[in-house]
Design a protein around this ligand. Structure first.
Ligand code: GUN
Length: 298
């Protein structure tokens, strides 16, 4: 009797891609840069965070970003605006921060209340202080591999893949999700690294059949445990950018326990992409400060 069953999938132990050690290395370098900037200019780099409304999860994320800045030798200022704010009011506040020489990076937390024109607010940041990579300028520099700032989570994912020597060139990368801060910039960064890129979204017909073609899957859809093992090619690299509230804590967009045996590499949630997003934001704030103050960033 043959033991070979073509319908049977191979069970493997994947490499678990951990963000924390890579993020820590980035933050160590960042701290040295911050000290150099302070020594040479007497100026302490500063990140301004802007939160519109009082969504508890957003409040927590913004606080975490500010605290991490301070932990690594920078300043942070936090601007909180009521959820009834108008686009004009938020744009005026962000424009004032963009014109303030003591502020070197600006993060406007997404999502904003429905009445706000998010694009107008993001554009008020301007390219020089867009350390979160959300402006059209940053989208352009990401797309054309020009100097600029990467969108925090996608840039973190690229750095993570580099740290794990993941071969991107010529590979088929499928990005699930097309949001402004995740799916779209992710696709552009992968394309700039010579992947063949497919972007899937809520209106994609037969999504599993497309994901099944992927060498690299980036799940950025915001639906808990959305990606299942029978959507995956054997040996796929699976990056989970999801962070969804669940009854026992936050969970990713990938059904980890189901998918892991089929992957060559996979990121966990928490402990995968999350620490990278924060580290990139802090790192880019220090780089922005170096550029604005005329100090060598390297
Ligand atoms: N909300 C969740 N993640 C992010 C992020 O990386 N940037 C911004 N601006 N808002 C977010």
């Amino acid at each position: 009797m043959s033991l070979y069953n073509p319908a049977m999938t191979t069970t493997t132990t994947p490499t678990v891609i951990k963000g924390k050690p890579i993020a820590d290395a980035i933050l160590t370098d960042c701290e040295k840069r911050v000290q150099r900037i302070i020594e040479k200019t007497g100026v302490t780099p500063c990140l301004a965070t802007v939160l519109v409304g009082n969504d508890p999860a957003s409040e927590k994320y913004v606080d975490r970003k500010g605290k991490l800045c301070e932990k690594h030798g920078m300043k942070s200022i936090k601007v909180v605006m009521p959820d009834t704010s108008t686009t004009e009011e938020v744009v005026a506040k962000v424009s004032a921060l963009a014109a303030d020489d003591s502020v070197h990076g600006i993060l406007v937390q997404h999502p904003m209340p429905k009445q706000i024109d998010e694009r107008a607010v993001f554009e008020a940041i301007g390219g020089a202080k867009d350390v979160d990579g959300v402006t059209f300028h940053s989208f352009g520099t990401m797309t054309y591999s020009l100097p600029g700032f990467g969108s925090a989570t996608p840039e973190g994912i690229m750095r993570m893949m580099k740290a794990y020597d993941i071969d991107i060139l010529g590979k088929h990368a499928v990005v699930i999700g097309r949001s402004v801060i995740l799916g779209k910039p992710m696709a552009m960064l992968l394309l700039a690294s010579h992947a063949t890129v497919t972007i899937c979204h809520s209106r994609t017909v037969d999504l599993p059949s497309i994901v099944r073609q992927a060498d690299i899957v980036v799940a950025a859809v915001g639906i808990a445990h959305f990606v299942k093992s029978d959507w995956l090619k054997e040996g796929a690299v699976v990056i989970d950018a999801g962070f969804n509230p669940g009854p026992g804590g936050n969970v990713g967009d990938v059904d980890y326990d189901d998918c892991a045996p089929k992957c060559s590499m996979i990121t966990p949630v928490p402990g995968g992409v999350g620490p990278m997003t924060l580290a990139v934001l802090i790192d880019q704030t220090s780089i922005g400060a170096a550029r604005q103050l005329g100090v060598d960033a390297d």
